[in-house]
Design a protein around this ligand. Structure first.
Ligand code: ADP
Length: 352
């Protein structure tokens, strides 16, 4: 509802920004950067205050690379995780849809942590939130801030929060947030990563206290590495566990169904569920991929050329294909790791 249609500016304060493009003249900004800045201008044709002192190329990077124009995940694509979905609905989606009701005592936290083993749907939840709440979705991996943007991460963080505030309601999804907000000893920490962390916390503090409709979602496989300051700002902490047996069945069925390959009986599916105890959602995806290669390999063994192969030449995927695939694709999360998540959840998690 807060979207402000862009108005073509005649370069009023965009022109000034060219000077930041390495001291060249007004024409130093190329067309794509100019177009990108113009999209962020307010009704008065001016760039919002927050963006004025930032380097145009960073703003452009945020708008073109970090802003995801089509998150393309629906709530219904996510198997299981009922507790997490219910919490997210209350904490995030309703407040973004009805800011008038969710104020005062009902004002929601602005930071959400999704933690748990890799490949369990944390990123999917982030994308689904943006889709359901009709919010702009920004997605960045914290490790890219520390590795790819060495020395510039701090500026990029400012640009990220600056652009997000022009694109409200906005969801900023930070994957591997532990690598940004970890409790490493300060003397062992590089000066630049300490500055980056401080900048990030300052930005979070800024929108947490204001009325901005920005939600920060951090995802991590290593919640135990987050420091106290990070935990404090990520007020709701949801455990995203391995999928239940029903959720595993759903993932397998859904993936095969999409390609018209699902022909398994209920009994076969039950057997697959028993054999995949401990598999994550992405392990299941890899398993289905491997199993669906079975009919293809068999058809080729019978002498059909790959270039001549028709869909009808392949038999449906069977339980045996899954049994073979299970030898190739093993569970990627260990019991020890699961114990760590359970402990952390008991201590810091938002239980039901
Ligand atoms: P992470 O928890 O590491 O962010 P992702 O959300 O990126 O995991 O999931 C990786 C892939 O695994 C997804 O693209 C999807 O195919 C599959 N997957 C994981 N969890 C689920 C789930 N709960 N429901 C459906 N698919 C899932």
């Amino acid at each position: 509802g807060n979207f402000v249609p862009p108005i073509r500016s005649n370069g009023s304060n965009i022109g000034n920004m060219s000077s930041r493009a390495k001291g060249k003249g007004d024409d130093a900004l190329d067309e794509s950067t100019k177009a990108c800045l113009e999209m962020l201008c307010g009704p008065d044709g001016e760039l919002p205050e927050k963006l004025r002192n930032l380097e145009p190329r960073l703003i452009e990077h945020v708008s073109n690379e970090i802003m995801d124009r089509d998150p393309n995940v629906r709530w219904d694509d996510i198997a299981g995780l009922e507790h997490a979905k219910k919490c997210v609905m209350e904490m995030v989606i309703w407040p973004l849809l009805r800011p008038d009701i969710f104020k005062g005592c009902r004002s929601p936290g602005k930071g959400l942590l999704l933690f748990g083993p890799p490949g369990t749907g944390k990123t999917m939840i982030g994308k689904a939130i943006a889709g359901e709440a009709k919010a702009t979705f920004f997605s960045i991996s914290a490790s890219s801030l520390t590795s790819k943007w060495i020395g510039e991460g701090e500026k990029l963080v400012r640009a990220l929060f600056g652009v997000a505030s022009c694109r409200q309601p906005a969801v900023i999804f930070v994957d591997e947030i532990d690598s940004l907000l970890s409790q490493r000893k300060s003397d062992g920490e590089h000066e630049s990563s300490r500055r980056l962390k401080t900048q990030f916390l300052i930005e979070m503090e800024g929108f947490d206290s204001g009325s901005e409709q920005i939600l920060l979602i951090g995802a991590t496989n290593r919640p135990q590495e987050l420091d106290e300051a990070a935990r404090r700002r990520l007020t709701k902490r949801l455990y995203i566990p391995l999928p239940s047996s029903e959720a595993r069945a759903w993932i397998a069925r859904n993936l095969l169904d999409k390609d018209g390959l699902f022909k398994l009986s209920d009994e076969d599916i039950n057997t697959i569920c028993k054999l995949t105890e401990g598999y994550s959602g992405s392990d299941m995806k890899n398993l289905v991929k491997e199993a669906s290669m079975g009919p293809l390999r068999e058809a080729l063994k019978q002498g059909i050329e790959i270039t001549q192969l028709q869909k009808e030449d392949m038999r449906p995927v069977t339980l045996q294909d899954f049994e073979h695939a299970l030898q190739q694709v093993r569970a990627s999360v260990s019991l020890i790791e699961l114990g760590i998540y359970d402990e952390w959840n008991k201590q810091f998690g938002s239980l039901s």
